[in-house]
Ligand binder design. Structure first.
Ligand SMILES: CC(C)(COP(=O)(O)OP(=O)(O)OC[C@H]1O[C@@H](n2cnc3c(N)ncnc32)[C@H](O)[C@@H]1OP(=O)(O)O)[C@@H](O)C(=O)NCCC(=O)NCCS
Length: 222
């Protein structure tokens, strides 16, 4: 049903796409991606969808109620974007999607990303500023095109140039070659860290750690 509705002629929703940091919110761009602190609930739903598929969950093991479990819903959300890529009828039928998302100081810093060419959602990264650790996902249709490298480049730039951290770390499953390679391509180098990680679903994975160094500074955010 959602897919057949998506085939209807689109009228753009006009949801905002920030392009600069403002108090409490961030924005940054890489060659093909635009990252910003989510503005609406739709931004958050799309980000969750980017890492909720079985291939991503293999490495993340979130509890089922923490992810959007219906594959058609995920695909429909990831077909959208904050501006011209979301049809107005969708917002009319799901008004909650346009409700504002308010970042909270207790949450990790969290940036959704859209492709600059299509305006569609492509993934997200998050940074725990207390631990200085990042993680993230590229949505299934966008994997294997070098965007994971851009994601981690953006994560490092964000950590150093927006969150003011001279060092940012990332841990991943030893067997997750795509993630390891994307981190390495983004300039992360091997670092010491815990050799095992227990996922929320109880599985344990062997892990490797990386870090990225840079000059710490703050962005426009006070
Ligand atoms: C991990 C992830 C972010 C990588 O992003 P991506 O866009 O798929 O990766 P890229 O296209 O930037 O590829 C980066 C490198 O990994 C390699 N690579 C990609 N997929 C691979 C795979 N399945 N196996 C081995 N290497 C792979 C690419 O060839 C590239 O190396 P190269 O530059 O030497 O050619 C993305 O695949 C993803 O979100 N996966 C699902 C969830 C996940 O693993 N999240 C990260 C947890 S740390």
């Amino acid at each position: 049903m959602i897919r057949s509705l998506l085939r209807r002629r689109r009228a753009a929703s006009g949801l905002p796409v920030p392009d600069a940091c403002t108090p409490g919110r961030h924005a940054l761009a890489t060659r093909r991606l635009l990252f910003y602190t989510p503005v609406t609930k739709l931004d958050v739903w799309a980000a969750i969808s980017a890492g909720a598929d079985p291939d991503a969950q293999r490495w993340q093991g979130n509890q089922a109620d923490q992810v959007i479990s219906d594959a058609d819903t995920r695909r429909a959300l990831l077909h959208m974007g904050p501006n011209g890529a979301t049809p107005r009828w969708f917002i009319r039928s799901n008004p909650e999607a346009a409700e504002p998302f308010e970042p909270s100081p207790e949450m990790p810093e969290f940036m959704v990303c859209v492709r600059r060419d299509t305006g569609r959602y492509a993934g997200y990264f998050e940074l725990d500023p207390d631990k200085g650790e990042i993680g993230g996902n590229i949505a299934p249709d966008h994997r294997g095109q070098g965007l994971g490298t851009e994601l981690f480049l953006a994560g490092a730039e964000f950590a150093h140039g927006h969150a003011g951290l001279p060092t940012v770390r990332a841990g991943t499953a030893t067997e997750n070659l795509a993630c390891r390679r994307a981190l390495e391509r983004a300039g992360f180098v091997p670092a010491p860290g815990p050799a095992r990680h227990t996922l929320p679903d109880g599985r344990q994975l062997d892990t490797v750690w990386y870090q990225h160094e840079g000059t710490a500074s703050a962005c426009a955010r006070p």
